[in-house]
Design a protein around this ligand. Structure first.
Ligand SMILES: [Ca+2]
Ligand SMILES: [Ca+2]
Length: 305
């Protein structure tokens, strides 16, 4: 028995390995490469590394060459690579020699969201891509975004969601960030966010909530740590129920404005009822100029427009 029998974790810089270098490292569990130059993994290198090999971490700034028979085919250890180029090298070897190792790049691997729609809790696991806009068909009164959880397969410093709300026919403007809490790799979560998405929006109108997830780590590795529906963003469309209980609010958008006067004139002059939710403001059963007067007096008596 030799000393290397007990070595469980190894981290290597630009040191050229020998053939069959780790033949006797029967306890080896994790090996990391941090290579600045071109590098060749020699024949037999990890071929006989013990039963316990679970993690191979490969950072290489140069070109890496995997010699035939340098890696065991029948062990399902995990290989983490950091660039598409390195992924292609390791994937080609895996396919050529029918290897069982599991190849990964840094990624947010899963995201779930939770929301409350008119008091009903909805949770949804979001696919990495192919998420069609979710349309809430029935008009709603309130949409609360409760929070999200995200899984990541590498150490990161932060994971966050960016969201924006846009009206019908509008592009999303400035995004607002919600940070999750967590530590390193594994699960991150933002709970009890309880963001009232519908707060301050116009009643009766249709909106789209846009959101994406990312980690700042993505800047280092070509955007791999985005979870954004393949660049399309996640979208939820909803329509707010018109308001029916605000005096003077003829069009039901929740506010008393000149638009409510315009809506009444639409009826009186053009027989156009399309903007009318509460036209009969004085309660006499019909829409007349008296309703215009009623709304004017509310409008002028208020602090509004
Ligand atoms: Ca109104
Ligand atoms: Ca009336």
């Amino acid at each position: 028995m030799s000393a290397q029998d007990n070595i469980k974790r190894l981290y290597l810089g630009d040191v050229q390995l020998l053939e069959n270098q780790f033949l006797n490292y029967s306890e080896l569990n994790a090996i990391g490469f941090d290579l600045k130059k071109d590098y060749t993994l020699p024949a037999g290198c990890l071929l006989n590394a013990g039963e316990h090999l679970e993690e191979v971490d490969v950072k290489c700034d140069g070109t890496m060459t995997l010699t035939a028979n340098s890696l065991p085919a029948d062990k399902a250890f995990e290989v983490m690579v950091y660039t598409q180029e390195m992924y292609d090298v390791w994937n080609a070897y895996k396919l050529a020699y029918n290897c069982e190792y599991i190849l990964s790049m840094p990624a947010i691997t899963a995201v779930a969201i939770a929301a409350t729609v008119d008091g009903e809790t909805v949770s949804e696991q979001l696919p990495q891509e192919g998420f069609d806009m979710m349309v809430i068909e029935e008009p709603i009164s309130e949409l609360i975004f409760n929070g999200f959880s995200a899984n990541v397969n590498i150490d990161v410093d932060e994971i966050f969601m960016d969201y924006a709300i846009a009206g019908e026919g509008e592009e999303p403007g400035d995004f607002t960030r919600i940070n999750a809490t967590g530590n390193g790799n594994g699960e991150w979560a933002a709970t009890e966010v309880d963001l009232n998405v519908t707060d301050g929006l116009k009643k009766g109108a249709t909106y789209t909530l846009y959101f994406t997830f990312a980690s700042s780590y993505c800047n280092l590795i070509n955007d791999n740590l985005r979870y954004d529906n393949d660049g399309e963003m996640y979208k939820v469309q909803f329509t707010l129920k018109p308001s029916t209980d605000i005096p003077g609010d003829v069009d039901g958008d929740g506010y008393v404005t000149s638009a409510d006067i315009t809506a009444l004139y639409g009826v009186l002059l053009l027989n156009d009822y399309s903007s009318i939710v509460n036209g009969d403001q004085d309660g006499d059963g019909v829409i007349t100029s008296s309703d215009v007067t009623t709304v004017y007096s509310i409008l002028l008596g208020s602090d509004g427009e």
